[in-house]
Write a protein that binds this ligand. Sequence first.
Ligand code: TTP
Ligand code: MG
Ligand code: MG
Length: 488
Amino acid sequence: MRAAPTILHLDMDAFYASAEQAAKPSLRGKPVVVGGLGTRGVVATASYEARRFGVHSAMPMAQARRLAPNAAYLVPRFTLYRAVSDQVMELLGRLSPLVEPLSLDEAFVDLEAGGTADDTASALEIGRELREAIQAVTGLSGSVGLAGSKMLAKIASEEAKPDGIRLIEPGTERAHLAPMPVRTLPGVGPATADHLRRAGMTTVNDLAEAGEAELIRLLGKAHGAALHRMASGFDDRPVVAERDAKSVSVEDTFEVDLHDRVRVRTEVERLADRCVQRLRGAGRSGRTVVLKVRRYDFSTLTRSETLRGPTDDPAVVREAAARLLEAVDTTGGVRLLGVGVTGLADYTQEDLFAQAAGERAAAAPPEDGDVPPEDPGGRAGPAEPGAGPEEAAEQLAARRWPAGHDVHHEIHGHGWVQGSGVGRVTVRFEEPGARAPGRVRTFRVDDPALRAANPLPLVPDPPDYSSWPASRPKSRSGAGAPGAASRP
Ligand code: TTP
Ligand code: MG
Ligand code: MG
């Protein structure tokens, strides 16, 4: 923890949904939900307009449709999100060599290590400039938190949302945290929170006041001691540059031990999907799949399988995790399950994924190879068993023309798929940056004039930030009012 608020946390606002709204002028200011649209799909994110209906990340898509029937439902376009993420990370890299991305839309930056800020005024100034730069280059808004530690910087950006900036002054950490729920602290999941609640502790202040010894008694030495430090506002975790991260994993503790083998298998599948989402969120792929099982008696085992090459294919990770589960005895019950991927490669093997997805969608191969089929949260398997020929045809159309994906028409130009079914595909012809919504037209799904296309950049001609931030005299305590840092 440091005396100046020089740790910055950036998180883009409703990232996938905002990118879709920027790309599709007709969706600005409208409820938009992005995620897997298949029967078992889940919401990746919802625009702030859709959140007002109660739609949120990880909610089953069917439930979202009930809550917000009039929202636009779109399949994610990772190519676009990755491109925007690269632009954002490039800007962050200008502020410091120490940038720690947590996902596609989120990162910590050590401003002090970069020499770009050394006190409250200079940190705020850089935070404001960063938000401006991100808006100018990507067309999207991100929220910024500044503090003397990672924990507080992340809390600050959360409080700044949407489209804001917030600084938590060093020295006020403990007071700031005191009234917050225990779940605010890193490492406190639903199970730990429940455990603490039963011991009468619901706020961070309760934890700080309980004292280290009591927390160790309740949670064990390592967890208890770490939690007490966090609750008291101490957090010394350094910002670690991206290249040093070695694995991605997710886990769930269950309220009641799982006994049903089928349920255990389903949970492992879900975890594998979430793990892949995180993996892709970080723009990476990995070679070794790890399964973690904690049994009713707290005995914990991990099993791993190393693949021939790195993958970020949900089906591949799911299958490997399922194979690992086969070899684990779960009689007696399961308390916790985890799925991880390690041996991370720097770049996602797009081709591997495209290949696997292509195989699964063999019944409807994409016309041309320039857009890999992307269906992470959704279902890319064969038609639902029991589906009639009409439903099957509709599913094929939906797979070939995923809602929200880009198309090009020989005469009408660039557009996106609004929907498809009964042999027809509806396209809205509009491009990012247009002032008014574009026109809608319907075609036969096999219209030869229509083909899949790549996303267009959200900002066609972004301003040049290559000399940002300009070298500047470091502000003396409090002297660097906004705007004072004039460029040479
Ligand atoms: P978040 O930053 O958690 O959420 P957000 O950017 O959509 O909204 P907020 O303004 O609250 O930050 O996640 C970034 C993106 O990651 C999100 O746009 C979609 C994706 N994502 C998933 O695919 N699944 C999930 O469960 C979550 C939480 C996010
Ligand atoms: Mg975000
Ligand atoms: Mg995020």
